[in-house]
Design a binder for this molecule. Structure first.
Ligand code: DC
Length: 220
């Protein structure tokens, strides 16, 4: 079985690239950020203080997450409700980043993530896949891009969806998430020693697909 771990900062294009690569290579795509987002969404709905580890941990027994593959796409069910669209809001991304700093939240998701990788060829993306979740992954990729390149792409995506996009705000949000994700005490975002670093600042989507595909094929 082949497992490909793709880690990197938010907005580096991990999920769109991973989705495309999984389809091309016939692998299952597992989006671990979606699981943190579902917990973030629940905590926001409950009005919890997202930075209070004990308050967020107290919510976990009320949460049942189901990850289902439907028509090749991953759907996340929170207590039976399909929240796959709701978790994509910017505010929920920030909430996910906050709740993901808490140890009990990470422990809560670890086994689910590992079990999804067992027995099938997977491509899993997140922040700590190569370092914590799948330390023995067949191929580890650290996908990155400058904060400015990521903010430009994010603005373009938002504009395409007809949503307001202010470059300075998007860039500030990206920097804040980088700061939170890299500086937390538990499972911070960092490149695994044996990961291959790929910077997509200067290459477009199709070039990134080709480069990643070649890298995965060469190392598996
Ligand atoms: O990849 P994403 O933007 O959907 O992830 C949302 C947040 O979840 C991200 O800011 C940090 C957290 N996360 C994490 O801590 N570990 C992962 N493996 C995936 C996401």
């Amino acid at each position: 079985m082949i497992s490909v771990a793709i880690d990197g900062p938010s907005g580096a294009g991990k999920s769109s690239l991973a989705k495309r690569l999984a389809a091309d290579l016939g692998f299952v795509y597992v989006d671990t950020g979606a699981m943190y987002r579902a917990i973030g969404l629940y905590a926001v709905r409950q009005g919890a203080d997202l930075h209070d580890a004990a308050a967020v941990a107290a919510l976990l027994p009320q949460i049942r997450l189901d990850i289902r593959l439907e028509g090749g796409a991953q759907h996340v069910y929170l207590n039976g409700e399909d929240v796959s669209t709701a978790i994509r809001a910017e505010q929920i991304g920030m909430a996910a980043s906050a709740v993901s700093a808490h140890g009990p939240v990470r422990d809560f998701l670890l086994e689910t993530q590992r079990s999804l990788a067992a027995g099938q060829n997977v491509l899993m993306d997140g922040r700590d896949i190569g370092t914590v979740v799948l330390p023995n992954a067949t191929v580890k990729i650290f996908l990155t891009a400058s904060a400015e390149a990521r903010a430009r792409r994010r603005c373009k995506e938002l504009q395409e969806k007809g949503q307001p996009a202010d470059y300075a705000t998007v860039l500030a949000d990206i920097r804040q998430r980088d700061e939170q994700d890299t500086h937390r005490a538990i499972a911070p975002l960092r490149q695994a020693a044996d990961a291959i670093r790929i910077d997509t600042s200067e290459i477009d989507f199709e070039q990134s697909v080709a480069l990643l595909k070649r890298t995965i094929q060469e190392h598996s």
